[in-house]
Design a protein around this ligand. Structure first.
Ligand code: KMH
Ligand code: ZN
Length: 311
């Protein structure tokens, strides 16, 4: 049997990091489009996308902040577009699902539980005068008060609103309990196999990024979902490439990108999303595996196809 290929997702900008933290973090329409296309050319078959306000760099869930870059990415690449429903972490689920519903993407994220979700320790790295934009300091420093709300009611509302669009979900599971939430939602018919689980490791508020925890998450998912699921790992910060390497060696898929880590190696900022994609691709190939093309990712995850999106 042919060896399973590894799907690389690139999460291009996200809603955690802010422009002060890295000049490479894209927030204009042009830069998001360019970095997404470059990441696809480097080997990412899925692009996980958030939007930002192009003037201030603040996270945005306004569909008008997605429409300038989505068609450009579609025209320039064959990569699968995955639109975030995590959006800006403190907004309502109704606001957060608007972009996915508006553009009827092939994939979107689905966060599988409510949790503390904090990155406030990052604020201590910068002095009061270092911040590029007014909103950044409070956004980062006050994240110790964040509740990332994804109740069962929210998940059901998102799933039923998006069901007519035949969107495949990237089920973001930040802890073992989220796998049980997902199992419950499958049992009541909200999601159908094959599902795609993103094990999210190393967020302050979720499970830590280490190999024991990954093995436990994987064993628990095996127990709950048998062979009816595909999986991938994203690890925040310095754990990004090490945990992606481990996941790929365990037969899983990987996610990299500046949403999850700004670094290319310990203490060295990445120049771009494509640089992280190229690095994990090199590791995967040097260890004897192959990376999946967008069409191979579509087949593996049973996606509706790039011709059935609304952008
Ligand atoms: N930034 C990741 C840890 C989403 O977009 O729905 C979580 C994320 C959430 O990707
Ligand atoms: Zn995201």
């Amino acid at each position: 049997m042919a060896k399973k290929k590894t799907v690389i997702t690139c999460a291009v900008t996200g809603a955690i990091h802010t422009p002060t933290m890295s000049d490479a973090l894209p927030y204009t329409y042009d830069d998001i489009a360019k970095q997404a296309v470059d990441a696809a050319e480097a080997g990412a078959s899925i692009l996980h996308l958030h939007a930002r306000n192009p003037e201030t760099g603040a996270p945005s869930v306004e569909p008008e902040d997605f429409s300038p870059f989505l068609p450009r990415i579609k025209q320039a690449t064959d990569a699968v577009v995955n639109i975030s429903t995590g959006g800006s972490l403190t907004l309502s689920i109704q606001d957060r699902i608007k972009p996915a519903a508006t553009f009827s993407a092939e994939m979107c994220s689905m966060n599988m539980g409510s949790m503390n979700f904090s990155f406030h320790p990052l604020a201590k790295r910068y002095g009061d005068d270092d911040w590029k934009f007014d909103w950044e300091k409070d956004y980062v420093a006050n994240s110790d008060g964040n509740i990332f709300r994804n109740t069962f009611k929210d998940i059901e509302e998102a799933a039923t609103t998006l069901a007519p669009h035949a969107i495949k979900f990237e089920h973001e599971c930040y802890d073992v309990g989220h796998l049980y939430n997902l199992k419950f939602c499958m049992d009541i018919g909200l999601f159908k196999a094959p599902i795609f689980i993103q094990f999210v490791m190393g967020i302050l508020g979720g499970i830590g990024a280490d190999i024991d925890n990954l093995v436990f998450m994987k064993k628990t998912a095996d127990k709950l979902f048998g062979d009816a699921y595909q999986w991938s790992v994203l690890a925040a910060g310095a754990a990004q490439i090490p945990m992606a390497t481990t996941a790929s060696q365990m037969g899983g898929n990987v996610r990299v990108g500046l949403e999850d880590s700004l670094f290319i190696s310990r203490g060295v900022l990445a120049d771009s999303n494509a640089q992280q994609v190229a690095k994990i691709r090199r590791v995967i190939e040097e260890l004897g595996s192959e990376v999946a093309t967008p069409d191979e990712a579509r087949e593996l995850l049973d996606l509706k196809g790039g011709d059935r999106v609304a952008f």
